[in-house]
Design a protein around this ligand. Sequence first.
Ligand SMILES: Nc1ncnc2c1ncn2[C@@H]1O[C@H](COP(=O)(O)OP(=O)(O)OP(=O)(O)O)[C@@H](O)[C@H]1O
Ligand SMILES: [Mg+2]
Length: 438
Amino acid sequence: MASKASTIIKVNLDENRVTTIPFGARVQRTDRWSYVSKIDKINTLKMLGVSFTGSPQHYTMDKIDDLWSRLKATSDVREFNFNYQEEAPQPQPKQEAPMPQNPSTPNTQPKVEGSLDAILQAVIADVIGSYVPEVNPETVGAIVNEAMTPYVDIFRNVTDQVANLNKVVSTMQPKVTRVTLTTGEVKDLEGVQHKMFPKILASINEGVNCWLVGPAGTGKSTIAEQAAEALGLPFFSENCTATMTSFELKGYKGATGNYETTKFRQAFEHGGVFVLDEIDNANPNVLGTLNNALANGVMGFPDGMIKKHPNFVAIATANTFGTGPTAQYVGRNPIDLATIDRFAQMEIDIDEDIENAMLNSIGLDVNVAAKWLEAIRVARTNVNNYGLKVIVSPRATVNGAKLIRSGAFTPWEAFEVTVLKGAKVDQVEKIRHGVNLG
Ligand SMILES: Nc1ncnc2c1ncn2[C@@H]1O[C@H](COP(=O)(O)OP(=O)(O)OP(=O)(O)O)[C@@H](O)[C@H]1O
Ligand SMILES: [Mg+2]
């Protein structure tokens, strides 16, 4: 600990002594040079006309003592008296009856010689007076850095978790999206919509067919349903499979000659949003029928020609752009360019706000949810960075959260069966890299 500077009163070179009044004290004292503190030695030398290069605080004690020895060897004057002005005595107030002391009022009485404070200060100055450690800012910086290192990761972790917590909490606020339809009607939509929702809504409103492409579970089917609801249009959905036939679109006449209608026919004739879910799984024959329907204003059904309703819009959802199998989606069919041409293709990626909202609806403890979400995001970044052919879908987020909530699965067990499922042994380590689930 550095001591505070004293007032230098007298210096005797022959006796090797310095007389001072220590800081805060009112009694003077005389010390041998070797017991004088660094700051007082520096001030003494300065008062004796010694000049320093740079900051004298950075001088070592040996160097300062060396300057003292040189001064002693060369100076003609052997004793120096500095003109120390004793504080003029304060005019004493007239003696009055003593006021009762208020214990919370600090005692502003001047310290008297020989007071306990003064004695203690003198003792402390004696003990540590000559010890002034060299302070090198770089060394101190290095020591502080080293001491802080174990805490930096903890701080970072806590900061990340708080950020996630905020995200989760923010999705607890009910959201309302306001849309204006081409009719001028203004609608308030409840719940959370994908960030691409306004564009898709506008496309449907304009009668432009949409092809929504994106990884599994990003909300493609949900967007289509929400858009139909927002526009007040009937909603129909057909899941495409390899065994699907064109009858499932056109319908057929039964043995009795009665026409069996389909969802597609309903939408085509009376208006509505018709979703072809997983179009890249569809049988090419079905797509041929669909092309005709989308290209022309009328279409032949088993019971006759039907005019397309102006409010008929088709939405295709797919995991691919229709260009055939990809690394992640191996079984997908390439789609005829004529079919693709009839749709505006829009990418639907994971919208983290929706994922937060979905997670929030599970009702997991907020801290557990934040940790789980963080694990999912780290895993997803790993998949991206390592270029792994694995999908960490929002469904994994929701399903994992449900398993944790059940109490039958630890977070790691839930991670294993929802995120790591299907991953190869060499991929598992990469996906888990940096994931912290306790
Ligand atoms: N906006 C949303 N608000 C709340 N939940 C949503 C939202 N969007 C999607 N979900 C939920 O996310 C899950 C996946 O959504 P959806 O089935 O629409 O995705 P998808 O992209 O069609 O998936 P797939 O490619 O597997 O068909 C569903 O459980 C759905 O209820
Ligand atoms: Mg879907």
